[in-house]
Write a protein that binds this ligand. Structure first.
Ligand code: XBP
Ligand code: MG
Length: 253
């Protein structure tokens, strides 16, 4: 059996809860700038998250919720421009107040590095968003991540496995040498599709989704003084997710 070599993390919803107060707000600011009276409520955004990728999500919104809307330019161009404005707002939001890492993330990343594990990112979000988030929550530590696979680097976004396959290829590792971390059903389908054992940390938008096939489903990564809730999988008696538990889940100590 292979030895555990690397951990591959999703970003939005997994490293930080960026969707509700980050991406959603940025979309709404871009709509206001463009003179559009669209408002993506917290609840509506839950439905829109059924499509990954900001441009793809905008296209879905137009088709499903604004079928009579006539864009002032070809729809792909309209969506691309609106999305570029949204990205600027998202970066502004990060600069304004930041969005903290989820519980246990920095601890596990630190422990993983100390154990010699390699780190990587596999996300559908725009590369600039990942860099800005990591620089704000882990200043000076961007280099912790050997590979950052993000956005349009692959044509098919999650739930397609392409972004995980891309990252594995860049790491020159096989899926049976890595573990993935996700927060959503679509993300899990992507990581499982690439053959990766996956740990899911749910969040308010993904509670109740189908996480069949995950190695472990928990509320967050926890801490020694902050025990986790385990919804599926074997926690091997651990009260939080550490490298020791990851090795047990991986199948080798
Ligand atoms: C989450 C997404 C992203 C963000 C928006 O990605 O689906 O689309 O909501 O980002 P993940 P962009 O959980 O894989 O990190 O607007 O930059 O696409
Ligand atoms: Mg996610």
């Amino acid at each position: 059996m292979s030895k555990l070599q690397a951990l591959i993390f999703d970003v939005d919803g997994t490293l930080s809860d960026t969707e509700r107060d980050g991406h959603r707000v940025a979309f709404n600011r871009a709509f206001a700038d463009a003179g559009l009276d669209w408002d993506w409520s917290v609840e509506l955004y839950g439905d829109l998250l059924s499509v990954t990728g900001g441009k793809e999500r905008l296209t879905y919104y137009l088709e499903r919720y604004r079928p009579d809307f006539q864009p002032p330019k070809p729809v792909a161009e309209f969506v691309a421009d609106l999305h570029a404005a949204k990205t600027k707002h998202y970066l502004d939001i990060l600069a304004e107040h930041g969005i903290p890492l989820r519980p246990g993330v920095e601890r596990l990343l630190t422990e993983a590095r100390e154990s010699g594990l390699r780190l990587a990112i596999a996300t559908t979000t725009t590369p600039a968003n990942v860099t800005a988030l990591l620089e704000s929550v882990l200043p000076g530590k961007l280099s912790w991540f050997e590979v950052i696979g993000a956005g349009d680097v692959v044509p098919a976004k999650k739930p397609a496995p392409d972004i995980y396959n891309y990252v594995l290829n860049q790491l020159r590792l096989d899926p049976d040498q890595c573990l993935a971390f996700e927060d959503s059903e679509l993300g899990l389908r992507s990581s499982l599709g690439a053959g990766l054992k996956t740990i899911v940390t749910i969040n308010p938008y993904t509670t109740g989704q189908d996480f069949s096939g995950a190695a472990l489903v928990v509320d967050n990564l926890g801490a020694p003084a902050q025990p986790i809730d385990i919804f599926a999988g074997n926690g091997f008696g651990s009260t939080y997710v550490d490298v020791d538990l990851l090795c047990k889940l991986f199948g080798r100590r």
